[in-house]
Design a protein around this ligand. Sequence first.
Ligand code: GLN
Length: 472
Amino acid sequence: MALRSKIFAYQNGQFRLEEAADAYLSKIKQRASLKAFIHLSESSIRESALKIDTLKKKGKKLPPLAGIILAAKDNIHIKGQSTTCASRILNSFTAPFSATVVQRLQKAGALFIGKTNLDEFAMGSSGAFSAFGPTQHPFFKDTLPGGSSSGSATAVAAQLCDAALGSDTGGSVRQPAAYTNLVGLKPSYGRVSRYGLVAFASSLDQIGLLTSTVEDSALLLKYMAGYDPADATSAADPVPDYPKAITTSIRGIRIGILDDVPDETVQHQLDALADTIKTYGARVKRIHLSLLDYAVAVYYIIASAEASSNLARYDGVRYGQRASQINTLSELYQQTRSQGFGEEVQRRILLGTYVLSKGYYKTYYEKAQKVRRLILDEFQQVFKEVDVILSPTVSGPPFKLKQKADPLEMYMSDRYTIPASLSGICAMHVPLPSIASNNPGGIQIMAPAFEEERLFRVGSALEALASEAAHA
Ligand code: GLN
């Protein structure tokens, strides 16, 4: 059910929150084999549900999001609960505070039911790289839901909660959204506070949303966004009333359609979509991103470099797990990190340390930073001519459970989501069955930084178009 209807139903006394929380908890347990959750907040959600139910019973004014139940990816802190990042190295870590987004959503009356599974430290594109075992796809057997926000995607798609928080560094919200038929939003860099999000690559990380509809995404963003003194990268720009953007049409809006998509069927479908959009009064133009082919390489250099630095803090002294039977300090570091980190995380640390090392810094890291700037410049040029860009979100079908994916093949699958991350602009995946080879179908909308309203406006128009097609 759409969040707005759910809130309305709650206010009208159609259910009690305590009941709703219990119903979700038992459904999550029934579907435990999906491995969507790492941790459930059973006692705390019952307590908070009861508090709001009591307010309601007394006829007191309810907070605006009262009635909805959310989940958070397990790299986002909720005070007093474990944060594992799906890593052995954090297996005994309890969060000493809640992330700003969690605090803001809770203040607005939303409840959190638990923490969802992910690729370790949010590094991955499948949901397979978790120390707790791979998250399963909610609908297809032996298939992975995509990652790294795998558990959040499965939880929302399997209706184990109303919506979920994820984190998106290079596509980790948009890509699993594409594979599970959800709306996935990556806000602009700085739009949402990252205080309380465990750092992976700090110049790229953003907290995003996995929701069933575009309107749900707009509603939650309204309460999450805005300046936070605890995060120096959060922007002071005023937060628009995002759900209001939903009501407007796309007449007159300039839409750029990505050209040169290597998969001909997908290009053909994009062009067909362009024709349909024109009938709604939008102006459509084909656009070209000449640096698209470099984005994956640039991202994996920069993201790994930042990860190698951010993950240096897990040394066996300050956080979580510590190796035992150790004789020297360097053995402590070595053993703790070798035992605590999984294979993909170790690969990123090695790659990152390498590109930052004295002999290679200029060749790789500095070069990657320069190309990153050129990618942003190109977006800025293109956005002089169009208001939004439509492109595929993913470049192929979801990974299979038993498939031993080649790391490079997996990195290449982030081709369409990475450019928005490198440029700090905002982007959203919207399900759309007509883009069929995108499996199971949908499109990515990109807009300039701090223009999330455009995403919601165009996204809801496309959503309406998809539902018209389904009912035709
Ligand atoms: N798949 C990308 C990676 O592995 C993106 C991850 C993310 O957005 N957190 O780095």
